[in-house]
Design a binder for this molecule. Structure first.
Ligand SMILES: Cc1cc2nc3c(=O)[nH]c(=O)nc-3n(C[C@H](O)[C@H](O)[C@H](O)COP(=O)(O)OP(=O)(O)OC[C@H]3O[C@@H](n4cnc5c(N)ncnc54)[C@H](O)[C@@H]3O)c2cc1C
Length: 392
């Protein structure tokens, strides 16, 4: 396969790596530029919904992902005292399971599908000239202490995350991400722990416990706090907030290594972008449509974007004027869907942010009474997201 068409991918997250794998399979020479010195050194769990796994199937790593993943088995909803509000299994929420894996495993798989040298770490993109129908795009890069250098490319894929510098440069009037009102901590236990998978809803807080394939447990904890709230002793604060919740939370928090704890405010692009392409630049993943993680679809949509983008660029000759129409077709294929998923993600978390004891009691009573009936019906509202198939 010849690689005379050159793509530069800005960002080596899930979206950027998937884009590079997909483009290479379509005959492109794709190079990933990542400013960090290593890819995803500290990891959390990642739920990959069936739409994302199907997208990975279409470019190769679907089965290896399934081999590494835990299939979503039992699902349940609890109160902080441990009482079950709903207890069931994954068939309640859909015919195909969501798979759960350790994020760095997916990153390793994608990286392993690329040639040596296709990922340049420690390389920061400092500017992009989007070019146009008749001229290639230019990317300015700085690698560690080196001088700034320029690369030219038929296509630039901006997969540089929620704070995307490329988006800021191309859409200077866009307000950027806004806070969703919730902050989240995540960690993976160093050793296997026996837990029954469930989400536990408190007053303005949620805890999720999900076993990975090797028995370690992915735990996420959320709280409704003002944006930017940080604590000198983050683990101490988690023990204070969640240590009295049902077992084994206290034990998990007591043994936690601070270096294994991730803490992020949840933000999203509430103001949608008008398009995902400018000249020869295509934006994808969080750079294009960051969303709150309530539906577990941010990474999944980044993977879908990457696969669709590569499909639209298939057969596009180097140096010709067909890249811009292919990128416009990519925007047309992805904008409506991804922005609808983002809006829905922002809406579905509302009941978990309630703090009023009255509202919370009513919510819990309702879930106990009709949860087994409500959950499958709520899940059907996601069919249009989960039933997605990649382009042939
Ligand atoms: C708490 C939480 C839980 C989540 N759970 C799930 C889940 O279960 N399932 C799911 O599908 N999604 C989930 N998501 C969403 C998912 O993590 C993101 O949507 C996904 O990681 C976005 O990938 P990306 O490649 O677009 O961006 P990122 O992963 O942010 O990657 C961007 C990369 O670009 C690099 N970069 C930035 N600027 C430059 C530059 N100038 N030069 C070079 N490199 C640069 C960054 O270093 C980074 O590596 C969750 C998100 C959160 C916050």
């Amino acid at each position: 396969m010849t690689h005379d068409r050159k793509a530069v991918v800005v960002g080596g997250g899930i979206g950027g790596l998937t884009a590079a794998v997909a483009l290479r399979r379509r005959g492109w020479d794709a190079t990933v530029l990542e400013r960090a010195a290593s890819l995803e050194p500290v990891g959390a769990g990642l739920a990959l919904a069936p739409n994302a796994v199907r997208a990975l199937d279409s470019i190769g790593p679907g089965d290896p992902v399934r081999d590494l993943a835990a299939l979503q088995g039992p699902v349940g909803l609890r109160r902080p005292d441990g009482r079950w509000l709903v207890r069931g299994d994954a068939s309640m929420v859909g015919p195909e399971p969501t798979v759960l894996l350790h994020r760095p495993q997916l990153v390793d798989l994608l990286r392993g599908a690329l040639d040596d040298g296709a990922v340049r770490l420690g390389t920061t993109v400092t500017g992009v000239d989007p070019g146009g129908p008749a001229e290639r795009a230019t990317v300015r890069v700085r690698a560690r202490d080196d001088e700034e250098a320029e690369l030219s490319a038929d296509v630039v894929v901006a997969a540089d995350g929620i704070d995307s510098p490329v988006r800021t440069a191309l859409f200077p009037g866009h307000p950027g991400p806004v806070y969703a009102g919730v902050t989240a901590w995540r960690f993976v236990t160093p050793e296997p722990v026996a837990v029954e998978p469930a989400e536990t809803w408190g007053r303005g807080s949620v805890v999720g416990l999900t076993p990975l394939a090797d028995g370690r447990v992915y735990c996420y904890l959320t709280a409704t706090l003002p944006e930017g709230t940080r604590f000198t002793d983050e683990i101490g604060e988690l023990q204070r907030r969640f240590g009295h919740w049902h077992p084994p939370l206290r034990a998990l928090l007591d043994g936690l290594d601070p270096a294994a704890l991730l803490h992020h405010d949840l933000r999203w692009l509430k103001e949608p972008l008008p398009r995902y392409d400018v000249g020869r630049v295509a934006l994808l993943g969080d750079a294009a449509h960051a969303m709150p993680p309530n539906l577990g679809q941010g990474g999944a949509q980044a993977i879908e974007d990457a696969v669709v983008l590569a499909a639209r660029l298939r057969g596009t000759p180097s140096g010709g004027d067909l890249v811009s129409p292919a990128l416009a077709a990519y925007t047309a294929a992805r904008k409506g869907r991804t922005q609808r998923v983002a809006r829905m993600s922002a809406q579905v978390g509302a009941a978990t942010t309630w703090r009023s004891p009255l509202l919370v009691s009513a919510r819990d009573l309702g879930m106990r009474a009709v949860g087994r009936w409500v959950l499958p019906r709520a899940a059907r509202r996601l069919d249009w997201i989960l039933d997605w198939h990649p382009p042939a």
